[in-house]
Design a protein around this ligand. Sequence first.
Ligand SMILES: [Zn+2]
Length: 232
Amino acid sequence: MNKDILILLSGGADSLTLLHKAHKDGYNVVACLTFEYGQIWKNELKYVKKQIKDFNIKYNKKVEHIIYKINFNQIGNSLLLKHLIHGRNVVFLSIAGGIAATLNAENIGMAATCTLDYDDGGKRVKFTYPDCSLNFIKKMQDTFNVAFETKINLYTPFAELMKQDVIKEGLKLGVNYKDSWTCMENGKESCMKCESCKARTEAFILNWEKDPAIKDWNKALYYYMEVDKIDK
Ligand SMILES: [Zn+2]
């Protein structure tokens, strides 16, 4: 098995952490794959380019950036594009598998994580999207094992971690979170109010750190507490 790896890089904090963790774990990052599928695109693409540039400088690498365009409008309701596309990792990993095989990279890194959500009783519980679950990852690995002539391993070290654990790992690795984008809104700066912003703020709070991507941290804390209060 070679240690060459293709990383799915979205511009967000989780996949940025994965990029650095893969390097630390001894993988040779040969390329990063970013999907353009109608999401709030400009910010994410800007950050992803900066993340790869910084990674290359920091570790003296020449990581290739592959941008793959998909039109999900032809699959589902375009209203879903902003927030969630059901089962999108099936599509993403299938394409990534083909690209990894072409690159002769025997590993694919994906930043699947757990998150917090509310159950029927209003209690906060650990939650995993179906296409980020351990079961999904195992089944995709089984599929890869029969679909490709060469071995392709899925590297998903965050699959059982919460966002705050991922950030904790990244802070230890010296990841520069200033150059990452998590917000679901298309503003010049993060809105600090949407679900993604709220989860990210919470992850930094739990690590006793300020999010370096947020200029006004007090405002982010205010929005976090307000939104949290409403939810409860
Ligand atoms: Zn936001």
